[in-house]
Design a protein around this ligand. Structure first.
Ligand code: SF4
Length: 903
């Protein structure tokens, strides 16, 4: 490495959630890039959450896929790019020739940059001639897309993040904003601190970290959101708080929507019973909404991931249209997107039922316009298969080749074992990824090495329509190449023209041109998505591009903060449409066999299937194991205990994880996080048990409700292993794995003997070695440690129950010692230092490594009452702020314990 190279700071964008925070990466030859928030980025103003702040810990090349590989009769072998691309091109061409264009498919991702997405879409819809390209964004926001199109005539988010600061009432529906969009939530909290009259209402079946800081929490029964918002519409009408002039001048369909709402939802008491919320709290929310003109209603996966997700979106939008609260500062419905570029994917038509540049597959004039612009030989004539249907078609054999890019459907799709069956049968499976071993890459016939964050170059669009540059600051490792490049190379080999791009800037330029192409002409209609003002940038101007919110029409335009300020919408009439939303329950009801409702979601410190965030030990400390969160009374009925293993079973599959009681789960509900895969746990892929019911309009799956039952997962012993090297632990009944600082941590559950022979076998230790152990067979306790030249190499602790195992914290710290101190060696098998203070507990503040027990002890000892006091005392919460809601929750908990104790 040339150490004389200058230090360089590159401005880029975080690759995780849809907030789209600006990041600076300072690259110094020979050291890890320093990651910080970009103060110049309008979305985040220099702030990053704990995931963004830990990006520097995820950049190593461990596990990276560095060159193409091909399946042969003898397994996978390394291949040249030319050979791999040739295999894909021939495979696709042969299948198309024999079975037609709909026999091939692409399944892509909201992790792709807009330029990759654009080329993938052009390849399939314009040249292959099929719309069989869908994306994992189908799983998180397609209901919002469909709801926007029905209401506004185009997939448009009306507002911007500043509206959260200007609002007097923020309603967060199905959104754990504190964990899933942390810097935006911090912005809300700062606004509330400055202006305490700002009220927050959280609507969520779970009492999440977000709800802790809300003024009102409505813990609605899963799937009843439409009743709640229909009830609100009906209430607003009866209270006379509608904006009749706005409704008359700018909308259609109000009477029908109100009539539909009135059928079941005109009586708040009945709504409260249906939604299972307190009537007083419900009316407090309705009154607050009625009395406040500056209202932002933000919603996320809790709304979208439902078999009535599109209706939920429209029920919310109906209330904003009825009150005219849209398009003005501090008000409007707001879809918070999950992924970094879910919006960019929508702009280029990355969903199977969209064309590109917000044009429609079922509009012949728009189809012709796109075909002419692309100079394409053909154009897809009908919508393609949506994600769940796509993999069904693969299993049925009608789709015979699938190219999966930047996503892991074997973990993330509902009924995920169906995806396994599908890929197992598929004639040609191509996977482009940055990671060599995922649950999905196992099924690849061709595996292509992609560029990761830090190596990629292009643009992303966040939840507020802000287009930002992701800039490369690291060289491409091995033979990894951009996804758009691989797609173009296959297209060329299939004889397609129009794929000769010199770089991402040329693709962006074409995308920008297409957005203005015949925009507003005759039957092609007027499209709000227009970034024609960004055409002709050239490489240099593209590299220097500052964040800008679309539309950016031709001319000297600086972007658009809010849409619909003039009351004009994108339907041909120029008017918005109310949508009648008769409420309906989830497709699959709970019953005697499956009496609990499973909800799935994200954790604060992890992202998707942990291929990147899983590399950071400090992120892992927040939740080192998969868990099943349920109410203690339900746990009692199911015969399971906190801290022990349990199996969750649905009609589609089963999984195993540890029982936990967060205190935020209502009776009858269960929550399981989405992050664990077959690479990090033996049986914790929650996708395998999620039902495949989908919304009939959007095709989005029902991740927030699956009927399940919970029962004990019986093991004879539990154990943990800390080891400097990765181990094969697959012969135990249950295992999970997480990265620690200098070691890998395994949590095991097993049956049969677990003593010296077993331990030596697991730790791969043989012959004479520095091996210390303690065995009390009568008590079921076994402990051993392996040292190499005085350095702790691995240790294993076994007990009959998980609660009898020592805390991992001190032992983990021993891996930092080059030679174990004699005192630590003597007490190693006790699992804790002789004079050790209390166990700090699970990490709450990842930035400063402060545990739950430490925070509780400080609150108790020093009578702390505010999060600011906790921060002043322990630093916790003083950096990124992601843990502030959890600290708030602990303050409330300690106060209620104190009150109970004082009675
Ligand atoms: Fe990344 Fe966190 Fe910002 Fe989301 S909130 S974009 S995960 S830094």
């Amino acid at each position: 490495m040339d150490m004389t190279l200058p230090v360089q700071t590159v401005r880029t964008t975080c690759p995780y959630c849809g907030v789209g925070c600006g990041v600076t990466a300072t690259v110094r030859p020979g050291s890890i890039p320093i990651i910080a928030g970009d103060k110049q980025h309008s979305a985040s103003q220099g702030r990053l959450c704990v995931k963004g702040a830990a990006l520097g810990e995820t950049l190593d090349l461990d596990g990276r896929l560095l060159y193409p590989t091909l399946r042969t009769d003898d397994g996978m072998r390394r291949a040249s790019w030319d050979e791999a691309l040739g295999r894909i091109a021939k495979g696709f061409a042969d299948i198309i020739a024999a079975h037609g264009p709909d026999a091939v498919a692409l399944y892509v991702s909201g992790q792709l940059l807009t330029e990759d997405y654009y080329v993938a879409n052009k390849f399939m819809k314009g040249y292959v001639g099929s719309a069989n390209i869908d994306t994992n964004s189908r799983l998180c926001m397609s209901s919002s897309v469909a709801g926007h199109k029905r209401a506004f005539g185009e997939d448009l988010v009306p507002g911007c993040y500043e509206d959260f600061e200007l609002a007097d009432l923020i309603v967060l529906v199905g959104s754990n904003t504190a964990w899933c969009h942390p810097t935006l939530f911090q912005r809300i909290l700062r606004a509330k601190e400055a202006r305490p009259s700002l009220r927050i209402v959280a609507i969520d079946p779970r009492r999440t970290a977000t709800c802790e800081l809300a003024d009102i929490h409505l813990p609605i029964k899963p799937g009843t959101d439409v009743w709640l918002f229909n009830g609100l519409l009906s209430y607003l009408a009866r209270q006379g708080t509608l904006d009749a002039a706005f409704v008359a001048a700018h909308t259609d369909g109000f009477e029908q929507a109100l009539a539909a709402a009135d059928v079941d939802c005109s009586d708040p008491a009945q709504v409260a019973r249906t939604c299972r919320v307190d009537l007083g709290q419900l009316l407090a929310f309705y009154d607050a909404f009625a009395a406040t003109s500056k209202v932002v209603t933000a919603y996320s996966q809790g709304v979208n991931q439902s078999s009535s997700g599109t209706d939920k979106v429209n029920a919310i939008i109906n209330c904003h249209l009825a009150t005219g609260r849209i398009g003005k500062p501090g008000m409007g419905p707001f879809s918070l997107t999950g992924q970094p570029n879910a919006m960019g994917g929508r702009e280029v038509g990355g969903l199977a039922n969209m064309l590109t540049a917000h044009m429609d597959l079922d509009n012949p004039v728009q189809r012709d316009a796109v075909k002419a612009f692309w100079n394409a030989p053909r154009i897809a004539a009908k919508p393609g298969l949506k994600a769940v249907d796509l993999f069904r078609a693969v299993e049925e054999g009608t789709v015979k080749a699938v190219w999966i890019i930047a996503t892991n459907p074997l973990v993330s799709l509902p009924d995920a074992d169906q995806v396994r069956r599908a890929l197992d049968k598929c004639e040609l499976v191509v996977v482009s990824d940055i990671v060599g071993a995922t649950d999905t890459t196992v099924y690849a016939d061709v595996l292509l090495p992609a560029l990761g964050w830090g190596e990629k170059d292009g643009t992303v669009t966040n939840s507020e329509r802000c287009i930002s540059r992701q800039r490369a600051f690291l060289p491409a490792p091995g033979e990894a190449r951009a996804d758009w490049w691989a797609l173009c190379e296959v297209a060329r080999r299939m004889g397609f023209t129009g794929f000769d791009y010199e770089g991402a800037h040329e693709i962006f330029d074409e995308h920008a041109q297409l957005s203005g192409w015949r925009n507003g002409e005759g039957g092609a209609g007027l499209r709000v998505f227009d970034i024609a003002g960004m055409t002709g940038l050239g490489r240099q101007a593209y590299d220097a591009l500052e964040p800008v919110q679309w539309p950016v029409p031709a001319g000297d335009h600086r972007g658009t903060r809010r849409l619909f300020a003039d009351g004009r919408f994108a339907h041909a009439s120029g008017r918005a449409r109310f949508v009648a939303t008769p409420p309906r329950l989830p497709v699959h009801a709970v019953d005697d066999d499956y009496p609990l409702s499973l909800n799935t979601g994200r954790l604060r410190d992890q992202w998707h299937t942990m291929t990147r965030t899983g590399k950071s030990p400090r992120l892992a400390n927040h939740a080192p194991e998969p868990f099943i969160d349920l109410h203690p009374n339900d746990a009692l009925l199911c015969g399971v205990r906190e801290g022990e293993l349990a199996r969750v079973t649905s009609r589609w599959g089963a999984m195993v994880a540890r029982v936990s009681h967060s205190g935020g789960i209502a009776r009858g509900c269960v929550f399981v996080p989405i992050h664990w895969s077959g690479q990090t746990a033996s049986d914790a892929r929650v996708g395998a048990i999620v039902n495949p019911a989908v919304d009939p309009v959007s095709g989005e799956p029902e991740f927030k409700h699956t009927p399940v039952r919970v029962e004990p997962f019986v093991v004879e012993w539990q154990a943990f292993v800390l080891s400097r090297t990765a181990l094969a632990v697959d012969r135990v009944a249950n295992w999970t794995r997480v990265q620690g600082e200098g070691f890998v941590r395994y949590e095991l559950g097993g049956r049969g003997p677990a003593h010296a022979d077993w331990a030596r076998d697991v730790l791969k230790v043989s012959g004479e070695t520095d091996w210390i152990e303690y065995d009390d067979a009568g008590a079921g306790v076994y402990r051993a440690a392996h040292l190499v030249e005085g350095r702790l190499q691995a240790c294993v602790f076994v007990a009959r129950r998980g609660a009898a195992l020592p805390p991992r914290q001190w032992l983990a710290g021993l891996f930092a010692q080059e030679t174990l101190a004699p005192r630590d060696r003597a007490t190693l098998l006790a699992g804790r230092a002789p004079q050790q203070g209390p166990d700090p507990g699970p990490t709450v503040c990842s930035c400063f490594g402060v545990g739950r027990n430490t925070i509780c002890a400080a609150i108790r000892a020093q009578a702390l009452t505010t999060t600011a006091q906790v921060t002043a005392c322990l630093k916790a919460g003083g950096n990124c702020g992601s843990c502030v809601p959890e600290i708030g929750k602990l303050l409330v908990l300690m106060k209620s314990e104190e009150t109970a104790g004082g009675r």
